[in-house]
Write a protein of this length. Structure first.
Length: 382
């Protein structure tokens, strides 16, 4: 018992009350409260929030005027500030909880007017072409640069078919992945990823899972994981490095006008499942959305975006050229990534710059040996 007590005393302590919110969320609350207090000083000098909280009818009137002033300044960019201001006020003045319904109705009226900020959903052929482009660039590179391109190409598919958020892709380690051939794997033919401490942990739990619902993408993930130890991350670099390669692959395929971002993988995967017959409740569970209403709204805007935004003819030709001319790169190679590009090797002097021009891409990918057609490797989901 004494040993247990010593262990407890040696454990790092934290202020549970002060740290119950994440640092980013607390910062947004602080910014919102500061904006409201500044407004309060301008309209009623000397009146504090604690004094104002004792007069619920008066505080509702002042808050509504404050929200209107933010709306008048910038209706598209100040909405989140207004919401976090109201949340911060309820957090600071607990007696106002449940008494600010009129203020929330004003914010809801504002929210319905502002256009949605949905991430453009990436469609399957574009995602695969970007992954194959990454592999072509890996073949043209060396050392650590090539390792990152190979890893990028695999995680593109993992994010798309697993409906993963960007931060979830960054956190994946070998120990988080259960592969189809492993004894304890429950998803036959598919890899499963454990998501530790995700964004929606309050609704779905601190530890969640995502199934990579593609046999070929799962095979690529198994290839990437071969030789890694449990703590090693699947993406051995920063978030900025991934975004940089994402943008470069977009530019090579001339897809930059589509406004795709990293989060487009999750949106594109959900849209792909929906357009191929999966019901919203199943997509909600697979993607770990909090409510069926939210995923329904999400899918409606995603499909509408894809219908409204057409890819240029030049980009379509480049995508087709990549998927056909380099189709042998649609399946994992037989050699080991870790054997050819060990992570322990020095990063200095191993990377060779690759400067491709987008107009030369279609000629660069023409290869003598034909591989598989991508439609055969990625059948419709069931």
């Amino acid at each position: 018992m004494r040993e247990v007590g010593k262990d407890l005393q040696s454990m790092p302590s934290r202020d549970l009350r002060a740290t119950r919110y994440s640092a980013d969320y607390q910062q947004r609350l602080d910014e919102g409260l500061a904006a409201f207090l500044e407004h309060l000083r301008s309209v009623s000098p000397g009146l504090s929030l604690s004094k104002l909280a004792a007069r619920p009818l008066h505080v509702v009137q002042i808050i509504c005027v404050f929200i209107q002033s933010l709306y008048n300044k910038n209706p598209e960019k100040k909405l989140f500030l207004a919401r976090h201001s109201l949340l911060a006020i309820e957090k600071r003045a607990r007696n106002l909880k449940g008494k600010l319904s009129e203020c929330w109705e004003v914010i809801e009226s504002w929210r319905q007017e502002v256009p949605g900020s949905l991430r453009p959903p990436m469609y399957l052929p574009a995602m695969l072409a970007m992954a194959v482009t990454g592999r072509l660039l890996a073949e043209a590179s060396s050392g650590h640069d090539a390792l990152l391109w190979w890893s990028f190409s695999v995680l593109m598919e993992v994010g798309f078919f697993g409906l993963l958020r960007p931060v979830e892709i960054l956190k994946l380690t070998r120990g988080h992945v259960s592969l189809p051939g492993e004894l304890l794997s429950n998803a036959l033919g598919f890899a499963t990823c454990m998501i530790d401490n995700p964004k929606n942990r309050r609704q779905f739990g601190r530890v969640q899972f995502a199934v990579i619902r593609s046999a070929n993408a799962s095979a690529w993930l198994a290839w990437l994981c071969a030789g890694l130890t449990a703590p090693e991350k699947l993406w051995p670099a920063s978030a900025g490095e991934f975004r940089s390669r994402f943008k470069r692959a977009l530019n090579y395929l001339q897809l930059q006008n589509q406004k795709f971002v990293w989060a487009s993988l999750r949106a594109g995967g959900a849209t792909y499942l929906f357009m191929n017959g999966l019901d919203p409740p199943r997509i909600k569970f697979n993607g770990r959305w909090a409510s069926e209403k939210s995923v329904g709204h999400y899918l409606q805007e995603s499909v509408a975006f894809q219908l409204a935004h057409t890819t240029s003819l030049r980009s379509q030709k480049l995508i087709a050229a990549v998927l056909k001319g380099a189709s042998d790169l649609l399946t994992p190679p037989t050699w080991s990534l870790q054997a050819c590009y060990p992570r322990q090797a020095s990063r200095r002097g191993l990377a060779r710059k690759v400067n491709w021009q987008a107009e030369h891409l279609s000629r660069s990918v023409l290869r003598p040996a034909a591989g598989f057609a991508w439609e055969e490797l990625y059948p419709k989901p069931v």
